[in-house]
Design a protein around this ligand. Structure first.
Ligand SMILES: *Cc1c(COP(=O)(O)O)cnc(C)c1O
Length: 397
């Protein structure tokens, strides 16, 4: 077999260079640990960017996938299939939303959410120039529509005219939202806890105010929970902590625990006044393999009380990170909910993350100055202690 260095060199010749990757070829996983092709073991504090909530090698999950593979993997949306019927119903139950559309990714869930919101407004006034208010530091994905509402200028700048008219405001700053509001505004999109942009939780009062604005003007509130949803904050969906239901909800990442799947969910009212037959579609979306994954995930979540567990270990992580932040003056802020937290440093964190990797623990950043904590939701307190011990060494070095 080729050495890790040879494989990396090959990859750099063949793959489009859109990522600066860690110089590691990962091979297999078990629980909260990953192994590279040289057999080196890593404690995983990023779970494939918040995807592998159940940890690696969950036998029940793997067996459910294998069983579905042997039955049928794909059928197309011209037919019904049993795993999708069950997954849609289960997802409604756990989210309190009314209608489900399955996608293949988070970005595609955003695309569908935006199309539904614009169509809802179009049905009222027939206008073609509706605007969407999004937040600075937001991240909604890399496809054109999702990019249009992503609050990072450098991601959008090279790509010309955007397909959705976005106006940007500041999270937790209602005045900044009102400042960009117009009679063309048709929706407000916000991550309940901003992930990629630096782990900024939306405050309850802010979400409540957005809900009120949207209700008063009959425009739609979209919560993007692709990263913060699926139990990560200690609730199945982060907004459930406040009981502030959106009109459209997006989910992906941990939804399929590694099988590429996402969804957007709507209230019955929005579903009845937005996308209809012929408006939207997908070849793969909601196929039997992907929805079998969702069913297995939701079964295991329910039986093992995964969100409650994330709340408990999340609180433990919070306390430990408060201690850590107090010990290092270069740490200037600590934010987050549940098992989605961030430590903001005065300087960049790339060096710390690289040294941690050498020591066998994988962290991810969220912007240049923030170390993001996004472990599998099954992580134990001992594993958290171990990760933070190695992090302290990596900061000190
Ligand atoms: C990752 C992410 C997306 C995009 O999901 P993909 O599956 O990468 O397309 C959208 N919104 C949020 C909040 C995300 O974290």
């Amino acid at each position: 077999m080729a050495s890790m260095q040879e494989m990396i060199a090959q990859a750099e010749r063949d793959l489009l260079h859109t990522y600066n990757r860690y110089q590691v070829v990962l091979d297999r996983g078990e629980g909260c640990f990953l192994y590279d092709t040289d057999g080196k073991k890593y404690l995983d504090m990023m779970s494939g960017i918040g995807v592998f909530a159940l940890g690696y090698g969950n036998q029940e999950f793997n067996d459910a996938l294998k069983a579905q593979i042997d039955k049928v993997i794909h059928t197309s949306n011209y037919f019904y299939n049993e795993p999708a019927i069950r997954a849609a119903h289960r997802l409604k139950e756990v989210s309190g939303m009314d209608r489900v559309f399955f996608t293949n990714s988070g970005a595609e869930a955003i695309e569908g959410a935006l199309k539904a919101a614009v169509k809802y407004a179009w049905l009222k006034d027939g206008a073609g120039d509706h605007e969407i208010i999004a937040m600075d530091h937001s991240f909604h994905g890399r496809t054109y529509g999702a990019l249009a509402v992503t609050g990072k200028e450098s991601y959008r700048a090279p790509f010309g005219t955007m397909p959705a008219n976005a106006r940007f405001a500041k999270i937790n700053d209602l005045a900044s939202v009102e400042a960009v509001f117009s009679d063309r505004t048709c929706a407000i999109i916000v991550e309940t806890v901003q992930g990629e942009g630096g782990i900024y939780p939306a405050e309850e009062s802010f979400l409540r105010a957005l809900r009120k604005i949207c209700d008063e003007r009959d425009i739609l509130l979209i919560f993007d929970e692709v990263q913060c949803g699926m139990g990560r904050t200690g609730y199945m969906f982060a907004w459930q902590k406040y009981g502030i239901r959106p009109d459209i909800l997006t989910t992906a990442k941990a939804l399929g625990c590694g099988i590429p799947v996402g969804a957007f969910l709507l209230t019955e009212h929005v579903a009845q006044h937005s996308l209809t037959a012929g408006d939207h579609g997908t070849t793969y979306g909601g196929n039997p393999l992907a929805t079998a994954a969702i069913n297995a995930v939701l079964d295991i979540y329910e039986r093992e009380q995964i969100p409650a567990r994330a709340a408990e270990t999340g609180a433990y992580l919070y306390d430990r990170l408060e201690e850590l932040a107090a010990d290092y003056p270069e740490i200037i802020d600590h934010r987050g909910r549940g098992l989605m937290q961030g430590l903001e440093f005065e300087g960049t964190v790339g060096g710390i993350i690289a040294r941690a990797m050498d020591r066998g623990v994988i962290f991810i950043n969220a912007g240049p100055n923030v170390i993001r904590f996004l472990p599998p939701l099954t992580i134990s307190k001992d594993e958290i202690d171990e990760a933070l011990r190695l992090l302290r060494e990596s900061i000190r070095e």
